[in-house]
Structures are given as C-alpha cells and as structure tokens.
Design a protein around this ligand. Structure first.
Ligand code: PEP
Length: 255
C-alpha cells in the first residue's frame, strides 16, 4: 500500500522558539489521532532546528522530520553545506530535493540534483524530488515534456532496489506560493502521467511510489486533491506554518 504523506516545508521561516512551539503543537495533536499505519506527517524545519524538531516528532507515531535540502558532496571543504549523512545523524528520515526555489534561485541543474538524490539515498534518506512546469510551459502545452525530462533525471540515479526511498512531488511552479492551485483534474492528469512513466521504467514497483501534489494546497482544497487516485498527499508550504491548517490538511487524507 502506498504511503499517504502530508509534508510541511517551513522554508526560511520561524525563530527557534517559534519552530519548537509549532512542532509541539502539531505533534501533540497528531499523536492523539488514530490513523492508518500508512499515513505520515513530515515536518521540514530549517537546518538549525532539525535535531530538536526530530526529538519532538520521535514521540509521535506517524510523524517524521526531514531537511529542505542536502549537499551534493559527501564531506570535506564545502563551507556552509550540510551533507545527507549529517541529516540522517540528526534523526531525520526525509530530504526535499529539486524544489523549484532551489532550481531557480540557486541554479541547481540536473547534474547537481542527480548528485543530491544519490547522496540522499546512499545515506538512507527518503528523497522527495520535486518536478513541475513554469506557467509558460503550462500555457504552451509543453509541460508533459518538461516533466518527462525531470523524471528521467531521477530515474537515472534511483535503481529499482532503492525505489522505496523515492517520493515525487508534482509542484507546478505557477501554483507555488501564489494562491493559485492546480485543479484536481489538472493535478491528477500529471500524477497519472508520472505514474505511467514510473511503471514504464520500474515495472509494477513504480506503482508503489507515493506522489504528492504541491502548490497553494490548503484546508479548503486538500480533500478534493487528495481524493484523486494518483495523489497520495501533499507538499505544503505556506499552510504548514500554522498548526491548525497543517493538521486540517493532514485530516483531509481519505481514510
Ligand atoms: C512549496 O514551496 O513546496 C509549496 C507547495 O508552497 P505553497 O504551499 O506555499 O504554495
């Protein structure tokens, strides 16, 4: 059975006390809920808060912690970088790779993304790899080609034996932080496309990869998105900074 995941990407927000309080609020609430064993809520705080937030989520079944990024190298003279193994050693189990903000603002190309995926998987992390088209590519109908190319970059570095360490997030760039959400039909069409490509590449194992939707997902649109056959949850930005909203989104996973 595919994991159903609601992942909260806090980005570069919150002070240390605010981060702890948000993690505690979410964890307290979720630890009391009885949910199916394949449901998971994952918090992605900034690096300095990774260990304390991990310690908080350890207490709750169905909760994990992840990093928003990792280095493309393993160790050494890379000032300011944080390796995948360091993330694992903090108790985190996930890492986001290829977020559109990193692709656009930090010029992460397919070469860097491939190296990061490889590092993450070698360190035992589950990589949530983001794919998605720009507005222009949605409008001119080339979005499937763009996503196909991004998927091939992933498939090149994830062998079938490691597929359990892969989650793919479809995040149309025009929907991230804009308040404009892909309709459930638009999102499911792309998720179905990704599913077909996974199965073509990995055989039936491709059917076990969780696919998340990301882009202005909130408590009022989550249920309809999560009800789609190939949408296994969401990667949530803005709405994950508020405990009530994040929990409401988690509660939108169909039981
Ligand atoms: C994101 O940055 O991954 C994201 C989905 O952000 P938002 O929910 O704010 O659109």
């Amino acid at each position: 059975m595919r994991k159903k995941i609601v992942a909260g990407n806090w980005k570069m927000n919150k002070s240390y006390p605010e981060a702890i309080s948000l993690a505690l609020d979410i964890t307290k609430e979720l630890s009391h809920k009885i949910v199916p064993a394949h449901f998971e809520a994952v918090l992605f705080p900034p690096f300095p808060f990774l260990r304390p937030v991990s310690e908080i989520t350890f207490a709750a079944p169905h909760m994990q912690t992840g990093a928003q990024n990792c280095a493309s190298e393993r160790s050494g003279a890379y000032t300011g970088e944080v390796s995948a193994e360091m993330i694992t050693s903090c108790g985190a189990t996930y890492v986001i790779i290829g977020h559109s903000e990193r692709r656009a603002l930090y010029k992460e190309d397919c070469h860097i993304i491939r190296k990061k995926i490889n590092e993450a998987i070698s360190a035992g992390l589950t990589a949530i790899v983001c794919v998605g088209e720009q507005l222009e590519q949605r409008k001119n109908g080339t979005f499937r080609d763009v996503i196909d190319t991004q998927l091939h970059e992933i498939f090149e570095v994830v062998p079938s034996g490691k597929i359990a360490h892969l989650v793919i997030a479809y995040e149309p760039v025009w929907a991230i932080g804009t308040g404009e959400t892909a309709s459930p039909q638009q999102a499911e069409e792309v998720h179905f496309f990704i599913r077909e490509k996974l199965i073509a590449n990995y055989g039936q194992d491709g059917a076990s990869v969780s696919l998340l939707y990301g882009g202005s997902c909130n408590p009022s649109n989550a249920s309809k998105l999560f009800a789609c056959e190939n949408i296994d949850g969401g990667l949530i930005g803005g709405a994950s900074l508020n405990a009530e909203q994040f929990i409401a989104i988690f509660d939108s996973l169909p039981q």
